[in-house]
Design a protein around this ligand. Sequence first.
Ligand SMILES: C[S@@+](CC[C@H](N)C(=O)[O-])C[C@H]1O[C@@H](n2cnc3c(N)ncnc32)[C@H](O)[C@@H]1O
Length: 203
Amino acid sequence: MVRWNWGQDSGPGAEVLGDITGLCVGDLGAGSARHPAHLAVHHQPARIIAVDASPAQHSMAQDLYGHLTPRLRLVHRDVSRHLYATAGAYDVLYSVFGAVDFTDPRALLPAAAAALRPGRRLVFSTLGHHLGGDPAHPDVQHTEIGAKTSDGEAATMRRWVLQEQVWTKLLDEAGFTQITTETLPAGDGPRAADTLLVTALRH
Ligand SMILES: C[S@@+](CC[C@H](N)C(=O)[O-])C[C@H]1O[C@@H](n2cnc3c(N)ncnc32)[C@H](O)[C@@H]1O
């Protein structure tokens, strides 16, 4: 099942991608590849490419869904590098709290535009505000968030939590049009958060 909200339990589903039958689809920061595996099995894309830079996530994806090759292809690479290497190859790109959240959008969004065919669609869900409640940034600024290395060591990583007009401006500058944003409300619980669901078409 594909859900876009932070709780992964309500709101719109795969229909936000449009009809992907026969299309080339990419998941940017696919993690264990649960979403692209579902789409590969239930939605008949020509192929779906799940990209993730994490060795641990890529390995888990291979264990869980390697048998879905060749309709599902698992790529262990940084998404921006992958997207520039596949210019004009994609019909649909999406990210569910994936690489779009954790990569400088001034680098990633132009790479996504380069990889999409003209008129084709980018969809992503991202945090509507910081976990804990602090508001999203009103400009292009990252937040250092706590993380753990694969050895369990404390670390930090960058997350871009931006207001919707900031995403809209970045998308426009990167070559996207017909940009829409929708806020999906948080559920219950201490780590609940609003989701910003964004869609745009490549010029
Ligand atoms: C919070 S997880 C979400 C995974 C998946 N979309 C899901 O909903 O289950 C974010 C994923 O994005 C990946 N990621 C972040 N930045 C990336 C980048 N620049 N290139 C490739 N993968 C990236 C991380 O390795 C991680 O697996």
